[in-house]
Design a protein around this ligand. Sequence first.
Ligand code: GLC
Length: 817
Amino acid sequence: MDDPLLAPPMPALDWVSEATACVTRHEHGLLRLEAVAPDILRLRFAPSGRFAAPRPWSPVLELPPAGLSVHEEDGRLWMETERLSARLDLSSGAVSFATPDGRPFAEDLCAPGWREVALEETGLQHLPDTELPPGEARIGVGVRKRMAPDEGYFGFGQRDGRLDRRHRRLTHWTVDRAAPGHGLGEDNLYQAQPTFMAVRPGLTWGLLLNSTWFSGFDVGREYEDVLTLFTLGGELDYYILAGPTPAAVVEQLTRLTGRPLLPPLWALGFHQSRWSYGTDRDVRAIAEGFRERAIPLDAIHLDIDYMDGYRVFTWDRERFPEPAATVTALQALCIRTVTIVDPGVKHDLSAGYSVAESGVAGDYFLRRPDGERFSGWVWPDESLFPDFCSERTRHWWGDLHGSLIELGVDGLWCDMNEPSIVDRPYREPGVTEFPIPLAVRQGDEGEALHAETHNLYGHLMARATWEGLERLRPARRPWVLTRSAFVGTQRWAASWMGDNSARWEDLETSLPQLASLGLCGAPHVGVDIGGFYGHSFGELYGRWIELGAFHPFMRAHAHRDSRPQEPWSFGPEIESVARQAIELRYRLLPYLYTLAHRAHRRGEPWWRPLLFDFPDQADLYAIEDQIMIGPQLMIAPIRAPGLKRRLVELPPGCWYDFRSGARIGVGPAALVMDAPLGAMPVLVRGGSVITLGNVRQSTAEPLGELMLEIYPDDEAEGFWTLIEDDGESFEYQDGALAETDCRIAPLSRGAVFALAARRGDYQPAPRTLILRLHLPEAPAGLMLDETPVEDWRWDAELQAAEVRIDDDGQGHRLVPV
Ligand code: GLC
C-alpha cells in the first residue's frame, strides 16, 4: 500500500449480488463481501482480480452461508444481515460496518491499497535464505480504519506488554524466543493469532485477519486513532465479528476457527516437569516425593532426555531400561506420563532409525526449492522436518505416536515447532537461526510456499498429533500441549508460553498474556510456574504457584541448569504454600471443569480480563492484575516481592472473600485486602454458586463430597449450571453428561436456593452434597423442601449456614427462615 496516510480512491465499475455475497469490480481488483453468518461478514480484496483458492489446511472453517440483502442508494451499496450491515462507498471503495441500530464501527478511512513489499519492510530480512519468488507473494495489501477514541484494543495473541494494545505495531510470525529474558518489548513470540476485539461501553466488535502469511496490525502507533491491517500474499481477507459483547466475539471467532477441545479431567490437575527428569529413577523419585508428602499430582512430563540421542519416538535404554515399567509405576501412583516430541527428525538414514527411514520412503519431509531435502540443526544435530501441511504426512506423524500410546503414555508435548532450527550443532559457538526458506513448497499438491504456511507449522503439528491419538485411542480424549500455535489451535491443543524466566517481571507479564490468548479463542493456556530460566526462589515460587492454581493449564517446569524447583525444594514454609495452592486447585476442579465445558461449547475463556465480564465499565479496561476465573471468581495476584496487602478494585455487584466467606463490599469501589504469602486475594461475585470437591491426591480418586458454596447478591438473581461427565471419553457428545442448574434468589428476596433435578445420562458416583449458604447473619432456621432442617449449623467464621444431604439427583429447595 502506498504510504501516504490514505490509499487513492478506488471507484467501483459495477457490482453484482448473489444470495450471500456481493462483488464490486474496480479498475484494479475485485472486492467481495460475504455473509458467513448473520453476525459474521467476510471482506476480501484481490488487486489481481483473482481470489486465492481455498486451502485444505485453512484454520478457518466453512460455515453454512447466511442471506445478505443488497441495495444501492446515494452512491453507496448497503449490504445487510439481521445482525450486521456494511456500506460500501461506490466512488471511493471504502467500507464501513454498523450495528442493526446504525452505530458505525470499523470504518475504512480509504479504499484498500497494495504495493510490492521489500523484505526489509517485514522485519524478516535478518533471516538468511529468505528469497521469495516474484508475484503475489511479494504483494502487500492493507487498509486503514478509524479507531474510535473510546475503544480499547484487546486480544492480538501471544504478546508481552500491556493488555490494551493501542499504540503498538504487532506482526505475526512465529519464532522461538528462547533467549533468556525473552520478553518485554518483543513483538513476535512462539504463537501468532491475527485477531482482536475493540471494546467500548455498549459495543464490542471483533476482527480476524484471514492470512497465514506475514501480517500485522498497526494499532494507532503510526497515526493516532488509525488502525492499519496489512498482509503479504496478494489478498486482503478479513472477518468482521458483530459482538456486541466480548463473550459474543469469542463465540463468533471460535465458530469460525473451531471450538476449544474438551480436555480430559486429569489434564486439569497439577503437572510437574523439568528439563529433564532424565532417568527412570529420577522420575519415580519425583512421583514418590509427591505421594509421600501428600501433594496432589496428576502428570509428570518427560523432557528430551528420555530419548535415544534426541531421536523422536525412541527411548534411551540406559536411562529408561523398560519404558513401559516407568509408565506403569507412575500409573500405579495415579500419575500420567506426558512425553515431549519435537518436529526435527534426526538425519540418521543408515543406522536403522525407522522414523527417518519411513519419512524419507514416504517423502514426508520438506524439500528445498531445488528439490533437495531441507535439513537444519536442533537437539539431535542435523534433522529433517515433516511437512505438516500435507495430510499424508500428518497421518504418518500421528501414527508414529502408537509406540508411545502402547506404553501407556497419556499426553503429548509438542515443542520447538515454530519451528526452531539453528545453523550448526548447539555445542558449537555462535549458532544462529536457520529458518526454512520461504520459497519451500508445502502441501500435498505443493500448493503453498513456506512464506504462506510458516505460521501454521506448530498448529498443524498439534493437529497431526491430536488426530493420531484420536485414531490410536478412539475411546479417550487426546491431550496435547504445544508451544507454537495459530488461531484455531485450540481445537487440538493446550499451550504454554515457552521459556520464561524466574523473575517477577515474567510473572507479571503472564497475567495479560494469558488473558489476551483467552480473547483469541485459546482458553487452555499456562506458563512455566516458578520460571524456566534462572534459579527460582521461595517467595517467587510461592507467589507463582498460588497464582498457577488458577491457570487453565497448571504446570511447574524448569531449565536443566536451574536449581531444583519441586514444591519441596524451597523449605517447609514454601512446601506448605505449594501444597495449599495445589489442594485448592483440586478442590476447585468441579468449578474449573464446568468452565472447560463452557469453553468447549462457546469458546468462553476461563482466565479472562475484567473487561470480558464488565465491558461497559471503561475504567476497568486497564486493569491487568485482577483476573476473572470464569464469571464467578476474581483473583488479585501479587506481582512483586515483599507485598503483604494490595489494592483490589471491585467491579459492580457485591463481592465476598473466598477464603473467609465474608462479604467484603459492593462495587464499584476499591479496597485494600491482606495478601500474605500463600493467600493472595480470591473474591466471589454475588449471585454465584462455587462448586468444590474434597482434596484428592489425583483426579483418579472419586469425589466423595461436592460442596456448593452459595453467595447471594443483594439485588440480582444468580444462576449457575454445574456440568459433569466421565472426564475421559467422548460419550458426553452422546448425552452422557450431568447438568445441574442452581438458582439463588438475591438477599432482598430471601436468598432462596433452588437446585434443579440433574439432567443428562451421566450418573456421578454416590456422594454427599454440602450446601453452604453465605448470609449476613445466622438465620433462625433452614427449610429444605418445605421441611424444617434439624441438623444444620451456622459457621460464624465463614458466615454460612451449612447442611449436608445425600446427592440423590433430585431437585431441592433451601430456604433460610
Ligand atoms: C525448549 C522448551 C522447554 C524445554 C526445552 C528442552 O526450550 O521450551 O520447555 O524444556 O526446550 O526440551
